[in-house]
Design a protein around this ligand. Sequence first.
Ligand code: ADP
Ligand code: MG
Length: 241
Amino acid sequence: MLELHDVKRHFGGIRAVDGVTIAISEGTVVAVIGPNGAGKSTLFALLMGELALSGGTISLDGRDMRGLSPDRRARLGMGRTFQAPRLFAGLSVQENIGIVLHARRGQAASAGSGASAPLAEVGLEDQAGALAGSLSQGQRKRLELAMVLALEPRILLLDEPTAGMGVGERASIMGLVMAAVKRRGLTMVFCEHDMETVFAHARRVVVMDRGTLIADGSPESVRGDALVQEVYLGRHPGSEA
Ligand code: ADP
Ligand code: MG
């Protein structure tokens, strides 16, 4: 479904993503792990077309996506959330959903019907009229999830969906995410630092380090990989969990 071949993105001398090749089949849940600075968020930006490739190709359903804008990719079914939620703090929860629908799909910004289903999916239906700026961190993450679900993606890219959360909140948002993935039959790629979350939900785990893939396989095989243990799980000097 989604194929990356020798994908590269350099920033001056920094090789943020340096030759990533991976094919993701429909319906898979893939976790991308790796130390801070490994290139995970850059990879997401390349997938969404927010950054241009320095090399390689990305194709969706066999179609080369080079030159397609983020909006175009959203219409083709790609949806993402950001490491730090991007919300309009001065607007209500429901208006935030209206904005993304309007921006990405050209639908009416009021979005009464478009907003209610995704809000119920993330358990925020009672907060529809609340200001986004008044929400807790966990509620902001949920609102961002509702915003991407409102676009009815086929492929969900979540950049650290549990960042800044405690154990209980992590389990609860991942429960909502996985229920939405199942209900909607989505393909999902998520970056995650919390290993418990990764091993609980991913069917496949891809490990990045300094822009390259150092491992790719089942959670069990990746957990047992010596290089992965050294670079990431072992938290050698210079890596951060
Ligand atoms: P991760 O999400 O795995 O923590 P990032 O993709 O954010 O890693 O960053 C990978 C590398 O690319 C880091 O060295 C980072 O400093 C660098 N980088 C990311 N975005 C930019 C940018 N816009 N300009 C320059 N360097 C960047
Ligand atoms: Mg990141």
